[in-house]
Design a protein. Structure first.
Length: 723
């Protein structure tokens, strides 16, 4: 019976792939025709109609290449579902839509409305579906099927039902180094969030293992499918907590037929403005200081602080015109500066500031002085004293130059008075004095400074005239690109940051208030998808984050979706993790774990980590118990020891399976087995404390082992919550 059903499905799959091969040949032919669409032997000039022909040729080539990219993509399980409806219609569901030569659907794109029953239908609401079938394929071969009977009273007694459920089969598979999509096993509550309207804010919450991340990525693919022009033209930005996480998810969207999405770790978001990214993470105490909105007034004071410290004699401006000594006091200059900055960014305001200074000096000139205003301005601006003053008083500044000044402890303490404590100011200054490498928290501050300062305006030098000797054998080549470039009107004062039509933020509970401001600049007119779980937060002040997020949402339409089922963690593992987090967050949103392995977490202890076989033995045991990946989650202070111990053991040959990560790097990831090293130190070294330990404990899909490091080999303090 099963063999016959597999043969039936294989016949349809063969027809789909045959049609794809035909479509690929057709697209290649279109590309070839496009290349030959416009040929000319003109070498000396381009007529207007020639430009039109070139444009049409490029359009043909672009569209053909785009179609070929879709057809050539390595779609794992191109066709994964089938619906048998009460009216006798059969629908196959897949990653992309495929039609036969009569334009009848062979495969329906999973994002199409006709595919909704595949995800939404239930026995209580079958949506006219009798049987839902999930096809498991390897390449173009069907290797398994799983059925759900949704309308048992349909009257079709010959309908074959195979398998025990596709979801549980998928959950039991070993994990690989990259996230897989769930397009074949999306559940009803997940599908509702995926297909929610794009307008405003869609907030997806839920505990660990509920599939929030992959639901959000499927939502991005759905939005691009259902609102192609808006989101492909405007762009979709996906933001995650770390580079490790972005590498983990990078294949999900291409596997769903979408590659027109920008993926950035939070430390890479402002590369459009800064030109570099940051991966280094601050200590817990520094992270809290740099991430808080308390930095805003400090940064504004820093911008207003002269680059060169001035004495009382240097704080004012004095010029001599026609024998008259004209002096602007420090107070008058401060009022001018304040007024200009009210209407201009610093780097854009120098011209307005200079005009205000000249006007203030003109007002000081006695009325009986015989001089025209234009001549007066020339006499003032020609004076070296004036030019030196203006350069010191209103220089062009860049963000990196400004923030680096906080390495001066004396300056930082003075500017931070009333904002930070002396201890916080000293810690902040030390972080910039001791390291020239920027951190993830720093790039949000640099982005804020770039927004305050505005782009540095380069002085434009006139194009030099080119004189050629008479009779020189030189030809000038003018390209179409040259012509169009000359037609662009670029405003040098425009903000440098990119903007997007949709912004998707994962692990949003970890985004600091300053990082929210950075993200807001990329999506001021965007729709948003925000994914997170407060119980897993590494940011301690949820109230401050809540205020910033509420300001971001404002009065825009918003909707909330809660994922209630933990598909990742075995019940034995999640029960332990839930006890730990409940101790510090009694109201934490804890999902229901639906799987069990009947294997309890193993709690180990040791007195030292170096020269002790416990760590290596534990990982070796796990490698024999699971077929997939193993995560070793270590506090930052122990990373060197852990990495060294594993690299010097026989486990070095399994580097493709074993990953050593910090708790923050583990955000959003999952492994078949996990060893959590020194849980107490993990909580101590993170700004989120025990909440971050909760993250580490909920990463495994099969086995969990913890390793306490205590002087006497006793259980760690964190285990008190398990009693």
């Amino acid at each position: 019976m099963v063999a016959r059903e597999l043969a039936v499905e294989q016949a349809h799959i063969d027809a789909v792939y045959a049609r794809l091969e035909e479509a690929t040949r057709s697209a290649e032919q279109v590309a070839s025709e496009g290349r030959s669409l416009f040929q000319t032997d003109r070498s000396n000039f381009v007529r207007e109609e020639d430009g039109t022909g070139l444009y049409e040729r490029d359009v043909f080539a672009f569209q053909a290449a785009k179609r070929l990219a879709v057809l050539d993509a390595e779609h794992e399980g191109l066709v994964f579902g089938r619906l048998d409806r009460t009216d006798g219609e059969v629908r196959y569901i897949g990653r992309i839509g495929v039609r036969d030569e009569d334009y009848e659907p062979l495969v329906i794109d999973w994002r199409a409305r006709a595919a909704e029953p595949f995800y939404r239908a239930t026995p209580t609401n079958p949506m006219d579906v009798v049987r839902r079938r999930v096809l498991r394929c390897r390449g173009n071969k069907v290797i398994g099927i799983e059925d759900d009977l949704l309308a048992a009273d349909s009257g079709d007694t010959e309908l074959v039902i195979v398998g025990e459920g596709a979801l549980m089969a998928a959950l039991s598979r070993a994990r690989g180094p990259q996230m897989r999509d769930i397009v074949a096993t999306i559940q009803g509550e997940q599908d509702e969030a995926i297909r929610a309207p794009y307008q405003g804010f869609t907030i997806i919450s839920g505990g660990p293992g509920t599939g929030k991340t992959v639901v959000a990525l499927h939502r991005a693919a759905y939005l691009l499918y259902s609102n192609r022009r808006r989101f492909e033209n405007g762009g979709v930005l996906v933001v995650g907590p770390s580079a490790v996480f972005m590498n983990y998810i990078e294949r999900v969207l291409p596997s769903l037929g979408e590659d027109s999405v920008t993926l950035r770790a939070i430390g890479s978001v402002p590369t459009d403005v800064l030109g570099f990214r940051a991966d280094r993470v601050d200590s817990a105490a520094l992270h809290v200081i740099k991430g808080s909105t308390r930095m805003l007034p400090l940064l504004r004071r820093l911008v207003n602080e002269p680059l060169i410290e001035q004495s009382a004699d240097q704080a004012h401006l004095r010029v001599v015109v026609k024998g008259e000594v004209l002096t602007l006091s420090a107070e008058r200059l401060a009022r001018i500066r304040e007024d200009v900055l009210r209407h201009h960014k610093l780097n854009h305001g120098r011209g307005a500031a200079e005009q205000s200074v000249l006007s203030a000096l003109w007002d000081l000139l006695p009325e009986e002085t015989e001089i025209e205003r234009e001549e007066f301005d020339d006499l003032v601006t020609d004076q070296a004293a004036y030019r030196m003053f203006l350069q010191a008083w209103w220089p062009s500044l860049n963000a990196v130059q400004v923030l680096a000044r906080l390495g001066d402890a004396r300056l930082t303490k003075r500017l931070a008075h009333g904002i930070l404590s002396d201890e916080e100011a000293e810690r902040l200054a030390a972080s910039y004095a001791e390291s020239a490498e920027w951190t993830v928290a720093d790039v949000a501050l640099l982005d804020e400074l770039a927004a305050i300062l505005g782009p540095v305006i380069e002085e434009q030098e006139p194009d030099p005239l080119l004189f050629l000797a008479e009779g020189a054998n030189v030809s000038e080549v003018v390209t179409t690109a040259d012509r169009t470039a000359r037609q662009r009107d670029v405003d040098p004062t425009d903000d440098a940051h990119e903007t997007f039509a949709h912004v998707l933020v994962d692990e949003a509970q970890d985004i600091t208030p300053m990082q929210w401001r950075m993200l807001r600049r990329r999506g001021a007119q965007a729709s948003w998808t925000i994914v997170g779980d407060p119980a897993q937060s590494s940011w301690p002040d949820q109230e401050e984050s809540g205020r910033v997020l509420n300001d971001l949402i404002g009065r825009a339409p918003h909707r909330n979706f809660r994922m209630s089922t933990n598909y990742r963690s075995p019940a034995e593992v999640f029960e332990l993790a839930a006890k730990v987090v409940r101790d510090v967050a009694p109201n934490a949103d804890l999902p229901r774990a639906v799987r069990t392995t009947e294997v309890e977490p193993l709690l180990l202890t040791t007195t030292v980590l170096d020269q002790d076989p416990t760590l290596v033995d534990a990982v070796t045991t796990l490698s024999g118990q699971v077929r997939g990946t193993i995560g070793v989650i270590s506090p930052p202070s122990r990373m060197g020891q852990v990495t060294r111990a594993l690299s010097q053991s026989a486990l070095a040959d399994q580097a493709d399976r074993i990953s050593v990560v910090t708790p923050l790097e583990a955000k959003g990831l999952e492994y078949d087995a996990v060893l959590v090293v020194s849980p107490d130190e993990i909580a101590l070294e993170s700004p989120g404390g025990v909440r971050v330990l909760y993250v580490a404990l909920t990463r495994p899909t099969q086995r969990l082992v913890t390793l306490d490091i205590t002087p006497d080999g006793s259980p760690g303090a964190w285990q008190a919550a398990l009693v």
